[in-house]
Design a protein around this ligand. Sequence first.
Ligand SMILES: Cc1cc2nc3c(=O)[nH]c(=O)nc-3n(C[C@H](O)[C@H](O)[C@H](O)COP(=O)(O)OP(=O)(O)OC[C@H]3O[C@@H](n4cnc5c(N)ncnc54)[C@H](O)[C@@H]3O)c2cc1C
Ligand SMILES: NC(=O)c1ccc[n+]([C@@H]2O[C@H](COP(=O)([O-])OP(=O)(O)OC[C@H]3O[C@@H](n4cnc5c(N)ncnc54)[C@H](O)[C@@H]3O)[C@@H](O)[C@H]2O)c1
Length: 480
Amino acid sequence: MTGGSAGRTLTCMSAPLADPVEHYDLLVLGSGEAGKYIAWAMATSGKKAAVIERRYIGGSCPNIACLPSKNFVHSAKVAHYASQAAQFRLPVATGPIDMEVVRGRKRKMVDGLVQMHEGRFAQTGAELILGTGTFTAPRTLHVLTNTGMTRMLTAETVVISTGSRAAIDPIPGLLEAQPLTHIEMLETGQVPPHLTILGGGYIGLEFAQAMRRLGSEVTVVERNPRLLHREDEDVITTLTGVLSREGIEILTSTSVERVTGRSGSSVTVHTSAGEITGTHILVATGRTPNTDGIGLDLAGVTLGKDGHIQVDEHLRTSAENVFAVGDCAGSPHFTHIAFDDHRVVKSVLLGKSGSTPRSTKDRQVPFCLFTDPEFAHIGLSESEAKRQGISYRLAKLPMLAVLRTRTMDESEGFLKALISTQDDSILGFTAVGVGSGEMLAAVQLAMSANLPYTALRDLIVTHPTLNEGLVYLFSSTPPR
Ligand SMILES: Cc1cc2nc3c(=O)[nH]c(=O)nc-3n(C[C@H](O)[C@H](O)[C@H](O)COP(=O)(O)OP(=O)(O)OC[C@H]3O[C@@H](n4cnc5c(N)ncnc54)[C@H](O)[C@@H]3O)c2cc1C
Ligand SMILES: NC(=O)c1ccc[n+]([C@@H]2O[C@H](COP(=O)([O-])OP(=O)(O)OC[C@H]3O[C@@H](n4cnc5c(N)ncnc54)[C@H](O)[C@@H]3O)[C@@H](O)[C@H]2O)c1
């Protein structure tokens, strides 16, 4: 190991000392969802394993992505409830939101999650090396540690799990405007008076509603004709209606030509639909994989056209005994998919000899957008079925018919399922409504177990729960 500048001066006086090479069974670059679980599993099975992480212990999800954003979403929901206090004949909460308090609750949660991860490293014996890793040769990583030391590491097996970052389009003036990404948004200590959000996808919509409920004026600029443009029309109509009624300005089919000013004071977005002047700008226009500048060419790892690492169905890269997982490997950008990637690689590394390893082929990709109401989906969508010419029977139910929603005064949305015309299998399920993300798993389980829709239709489900809605939904399936 070499030290900082003092150490380097000493070595210059004689022949430079190379770092001793330290050998591991497994090295993981990046401590995100898939990587950390692989390292913990390998260490638990007696292997010498280490994870190199430059900043976020446990990866994006607990530090700067899913969990802190859902923490904000929940604070915003509480603020929304408070704003409806009069309707419930409760004392009315007044005054603006103290964003430092909102951020403080989020920071406390994140601190707890980081401690939890540190505990898991200690418990499993996987080494956590805090520093930045770069490949210098196949399965060889140079690490500049966060304390200024350098280390040279090799391993039998390497897993690349470097994630992705917010894409910033080359729009004139955008970079100079110092826009917020989700990272800065989640660290803001003030409610932005007027937040302009570029992108009407997952990140854009979750933040749009949360920040509106916390007190911002919000404008969403989306280049496509619709928000969430890949989703079914009824999903988009419902969510667009909810967000508009909450006072969010939505501009679709709008292209951004240039940006002037600076986020944090005054910033103007010049668009095809005119100028929008706000105080802050948030970019939420997609993700760029973290695959540049880490020596992947020296490691023999091939990239695809979009910058993701090329992998096979077992997440093997072009380099022998090197795997890539999660966002950087082009897996659908969800934490639960990264978690499944870990199962795939674990089954290759630790599976019983002769057994077929798990694969990414044809796996289910459920997802949930955490707006209020939530939007959750699994399997075939109606628009996709039409596009592919797949016939289906449609069961559809307004959330108003799920009686639990009436007790909460949260009856917006619907449930729908696509049922095969050949047999009784469930092809797809979509829910827009309160608790949709929780309801999804029951239908998903039926689908993965190849149960007919009648299994859910005929279940005795506790009354009054949201899942009871599934009984009514599947009872409305048209006959074959
Ligand atoms: C705002 C936001 C909200 C989201 N909400 C959800 C949600 O609700 N549900 C959901 O399923 N998904 C959500 N996602 C997506 C989800 O966060 C990602 O798909 C998931 O975190 C990807 O995990 P990963 O392991 O591939 O990468 P990451 O978790 O990003 O891990 C990569 C790690 O590698 C480190 N790293 C990178 N390069 C190096 C290097 N050279 N040396 C050392 N370390 C390095 C990074 O610091 C990082 O910690 C959200 C994403 C964002 C941005
Ligand atoms: N609840 C969740 O599971 C969750 C939450 C947040 C993020 N994520 C994951 O993170 C990923 C990234 O989220 P995201 O919102 O950045 O990407 P996204 O792909 O979901 O949405 C990006 C949106 O920006 C639009 N866009 C792109 N360039 C634009 C421009 N120049 N001007 C205006 N609009 C533009 C696109 O048309 C698209 O609608 C998601 O795809 C998702 O996989 C998941």
